[in-house]
Design a protein around this ligand. Sequence first.
Ligand SMILES: Nc1ncnc2c1ncn2[C@@H]1O[C@H](COP(=O)(O)OP(=O)(O)O)[C@@H](O)[C@H]1O
Ligand SMILES: [Mg+2]
Length: 191
Amino acid sequence: MKILVTGTPGVGKTTVAKQLAKNLGYQYINVAEFAIERGFTLRFDKTLKTHIVDVEKLKKALGKTLKEMDKVVLDTHLVDAIPSDCVDFVIVLRLHPRELESRLRARNYPKQKVMENVEAEILDYVLVRAVKKLGEDLIYELDTTGKTTANLVNEIMEALKKGKRKCGTIDWINVLEREGLIEKYLVSKNQ
Ligand SMILES: Nc1ncnc2c1ncn2[C@@H]1O[C@H](COP(=O)(O)OP(=O)(O)O)[C@@H](O)[C@H]1O
Ligand SMILES: [Mg+2]
C-alpha cells in the first residue's frame, strides 16, 4: 500500500504523515526533501522564499523509487509530481483558513506566501489537483480543524481499514460567509 498525504502547506501533512508511517510501520518520504537532495530544483524564489521544483524530473525519479517500494507514506503538496500509478490511497488534509493563516504567520512566511496558500485552501486547489491527477476514487478528504494528531491518525487508519473514501464535503467559502470572514480573504485583499 502506497499512501499520499497531501494538502495546502501548513495543514499538518508532515506531522500526520510521520505519525501514520510510524503507526503502520511504513517508510516515510518527504517529497520536497527528496527533490532538494537530488537537485531537482530550478531556482530559489527569494520573494516567496521557496524552491521552484522541476516537477517532471521529480515525477520520473519518484516513479522509479516507488516501483521498488511497497509500504510507504508520501508527504507533499505537489500532487503533480506524483505518478498516478504509484499511489493507492490519497489523504487530503484540510484546515479552516483562519487557523491556516495563523500557522503560516507563525512560520514567518512572507505575507504574499501566507495569502496565496490561504486562498489556495479556500478554493480547494490541492483537492482539485488530486481529483484531476489521481482520481476521486482514491481520495479521503479530512477536516483537521481542532483535532489532535492522534485523532487524525486514528481516523485515517479506520478509513484505510474500511476502504472509506470522501471527497468534496468541505466548503470553506460557505463557512467563511457564515462567519462574516469572506471579505477579509477574498475581496479586501487588493483594496
Ligand atoms: N493537529 C494539529 N493541531 C494543531 N497544530 C498542528 C496539528 N498538526 C500540525 N500542527 C502544527 O501546524 C504546523 C504545520 O504543521 P506541518 O505538519 O509542518 O504542516 P505541513 O507539512 O502541511 O506544512 C506545525 O507548527 C505543527 O506543529
Ligand atoms: Mg511539511
